[in-house]
Design a protein around this ligand. Structure first.
Ligand code: HEM
Length: 127
């Protein structure tokens, strides 16, 4: 039996494990490593805040992910397969580490935010 996502320490584990997969992923890794050249030590605390806010309404995140991804899309056109892979890796990471209501909520929220991004960026959501 796995634990549910319960606190910031759990979110830190989730986020770090997720980006471990992202960094070495054939489909989306290059976007983070070579194009955006993400500074991970800066990115992680932002993501901890983001997910704490999404799951527990306690984080201090007040950025605008949609605008950031719209900008990214002008540098590297984002495709359906990028979003699908992002969601696959996120779901996999949650399932490997946690189970319970918050784990389910995290997967659902990731998918709905991703869907909104796809509608705004790709202009449509495909099956
Ligand atoms: C095609 C899929 C995606 C790609 C390639 C992608 C890539 C990126 C990149 C390169 C950054 C900038 C990192 C930095 O330099 O600090 C970023 C930031 C971020 N991404 Fe994504 N992303 C994707 C999907 C998503 C989804 C579905 C979510 C939410 C569920 C998400 C949430 C965020 C957030 C919260 C930030 C931080 C924005 C800020 O700095 O305020 N991303 N993403």
């Amino acid at each position: 039996m796995k634990n549910d996502i319960q606190n910031r320490a759990d979110i830190e584990l989730l986020v770090r494990s997720f980006y471990d997969k992202v960094k070495t992923d054939d489909t989306i890794g290059y976007i983070f490593n070579d194009i955006a050249r993400v500074n991970w030590e800066k990115h992680f605390p932002v993501m901890f805040d983001f997910w704490e806010n999404v799951l527990f309404y306690t984080g201090v995140y007040n950025g605008n992910p949609l605008v950031i991804h719209q900008h990214l899309n002008r540098v590297v056109p984002l495709k359906l397969e990028h979003f699908n892979q992002w969601n696959k890796l996120f779901t996999q990471t949650v399932d490997e580490l946690f189970e319970g209501n918050n784990a389910m909520l995290a997967k659902q929220r990731a998918l709905s935010i991703s869907t909104i991004m796809q509608i705004k960026i790709l202009g449509k959501v495909e099956e």
